[in-house]
Write a protein of this length. Structure first.
Lengths: 173, 427
């Protein structure tokens, strides 16, 4: 069992190096979609994953892509009811795997100025961080960054796109 | 400044040869008719000086230059050859003639004269030089600047540069670049490129360096680059936010946003010692600092009152005073070169538009239409503001005169945003 898992982790890591993707399998909903953008950092995270990932024991698998994004209302950093599922899934995984780390990436829609949106994105990431810590995750497992409005997954100038962009992505490191 | 009377819509398109395609609207019935006669210059010269001057003056919206095809006769290149009757018959207010002489190494010197036709008089001797072939366009812009200043009493900005950020899909990924180009869109040159975001380009007051925000491995940092040498220094890369760099007028400090201590606040960074002094300390978001031209005050964005608004604080510290009260939000302040006003982004609940706030009267004048305008930067003569708007093909640059009347759209393929108009001083 352990052998299979180790092999799978290594294969994933190799595939990740080759393809330049994050190797943890927790991609967001936009992965593979037409002109959507991969929001995860490119080569930087591969090195990090390589050093902390494959080979260690791990309890449960990290939550899936569909459970790794928290959405927000316009100009708000308050967690909505629909964030509970994501927070619960990740706090369960992270408390069970104390060496596992994630980066919380804050994003906004395009409205408002870029510099303000950098700050709003960070505020959103902090909301998620607080919720995870409240559920027992240790602060050392969490790092935060904000891309402001610079990493939209949808590029329309309407609420359908904007609502998809107002988000925090939880990315395994 | 000559008062521009509103009215006649002039639509002039320019330059398929420029990377930025510039369209001017909103000239006026009092645009000055001026004839720039082709200069005497050697065959195969690197640039058509008179054509560049005409395009510059037309683009300002304050002049209407005579088309070359309407000059159907022997053209003067010396003062002695000027016959005012010709130009009066063509209803020209002003006439410019000139001669270009090459210098060793491919450079050149231009001498020119500006005449007033009704009074039949020369009113200005003009001279400019180009040390190298690559300086010919700049030399022409210098001539245009001298004409502009003599006829409007406002310093010209034709020989200035603009930096901006472009985003394009490359190999399926978003690639960011910082580009600097001449104010007419010519000569675009790359300063930086990255597959991670590049933001907030900001020129040093001497025009030699540019500060901006970059990411490395998903983390922000503030860097300073010298475009002519490529020298690149990382100034700050703390945990959290490192953004919104603004220079003090002596060029010795950057005022920035950092969040590594608590939440986004404004800090003053001494570039020589890297010492940091915290300027704001509120539970709110404080960002987007801009320093007054006399170096004494910092205007910035804060949502400490519940919504993003603009505040002012002495650079030495103290209580911040709120400046904006109109609309729902006001963001991204930028001081005008004379320190008397702030350009900003105003949100009224439906549109983001560029506004100019008079600091003496607190009156706010909206000068653009929205709905998603932002990123205002003053030209160094304070007469024009460049900003970003959403066009049909993506984000594009536009300018508007501070009276709101003369507008240009500068189109480029791909997204173009965050313009930063360089100061007059040049490297």
């Amino acid at each position: 069992m352990l052998n299979n898992k180790w092999f799978a982790c290594t294969a994933l890591a190799i595939a990740a190096v080759v393809s330049g993707c994050s190797s943890d399998g927790t991609k967001n909903a936009s992965d593979g979609a037409g002109d959507a953008v991969k929001p995860t950092p490119s080569t930087g995270s591969v090195a990090t994953t390589g050093s902390s990932g494959g080979g260690g024991s791990s309890f449960g698998t990290a939550p899936a892509a569909s459970q790794s994004v928290v959405y927000f209302d316009f100009d708000s950093s308050e967690l909505r009811a629909d964030s509970q599922v994501v927070v619960a899934a990740w706090s369960k995984y992270l408390t069970a795997n104390p060496t596992a780390k994630v980066q919380l990436q804050g994003n906004t829609d395009e409205r408002g100025t870029r510099e303000y949106n950098i700050a709003l994105g960070e505020r959103r990431a902090q909301s998620v961080s607080s919720a995870l810590q409240g559920a027992g995750v240790s602060a050392g497992q969490l790092s935060l960054t904000s891309f402001g409005e610079e990493r939209p997954v949808a590029t329309g100038h309407d609420e359908a796109s904007w609502s998809q962009n107002r988000r925090v992505e939880i990315v395994a490191q | 400044m000559k008062k521009i009377l509103g009215g006649l819509l002039l639509l002039i398109g320019f330059g398929a040869h420029a990377d930025l395609d510039i369209t001017v609207t909103g000239g006026s019935t009092s645009a000055i008719p001026i004839a720039i006669v082709p200069f005497a210059q050697p065959q195969g010269a690197p640039a058509d000086i008179a054509q560049i001057i005409s395009a510059d003056l037309d683009r300002s919206g304050l002049f209407r230059s005579l088309k070359r095809e309407d000059m159907k006769f022997e053209l003067p290149t010396q003062e002695s050859q000027v016959d005012y009757r010709t130009w009066r018959a063509l209803n020209q207010d002003n006439l410019v003639i000139g001669r270009v002489e090459t210098t060793p190494g491919g450079g050149a010197t231009v001498t020119a004269e500006l005449f007033t036709v009704p009074q039949m008089m020369k009113i200005l001797n003009i001279q400019a030089t180009a040390p190298r072939p690559s300086d010919w366009r700049s030399m022409a812009h210098k001539v245009a600047d001298q004409i502009f200043e003599r006829l409007t009493s406002v310093k010209g900005i034709f020989d200035t540069r603009i930096a901006y950020v472009t985003v394009a899909m490359v190999n399926g990924k978003r690639q960011y670049k910082i580009i600097w180009a001449d104010a007419d869109g010519e000569n675009p040159r790359e300063i930086a490129r990255s597959y991670e975001p590049l933001l907030s380009p900001s020129w040093s007051p001497d025009g030699k360096r540019i500060a901006y925000v970059a990411y490395e491995g998903g983390r922000q940092k503030i860097v300073i680059q010298t475009p002519t040498t490529g020298d690149l220094q990382t100034i700050l890369s703390e945990k959290g936010i490192n953004s919104a760099p603004a220079w003090t007028p002596d060029g010795n400090k950057l005022v920035v946003t950092l969040s590594f201590e608590t939440n986004p606040d404004i800090y003053v960074i001494d570039l020589a010692t890297r010492a940091r002094r915290r300027l704001t300390d509120s539970y709110a978001i404080d960002t987007s600092p801009t320093v007054s031209p006399d170096g004494t005050k910092v205007a910035f964005l804060s949502d400490r009152g519940g919504s993003a608004q603009i505040y002012m604080v002495p650079i030495t510290g103290g209580e911040a005073k709120r400046l904006t009260f109109e609309g729902r939000r006001n963001e991204e302040p930028r001081f005008s070169p004379d320190g008397k006003s702030l350009a900003l982004v105003n949100y009224d609940g439906s549109s983001y538009r560029i506004g100019l706030l008079d600091l003496a009267t607190n009156a706010l004048k909206l000068v653009s239409d929205g709905p998603l305008d932002e990123g205002a930067s003053f030209a160094p003569n304070g007469a024009t503001v460049i900003y970003t708007r959403q066009g049909a093909r993506g984000a594009e640059l536009a300018t508007v005169s501070v009276d709101g009347l003369v507008r240009q759209q500068l189109r480029q393929t791909g997204d173009v945003r965050e313009p930063a108009w360089a100061p007059f001083s040049r490297p």
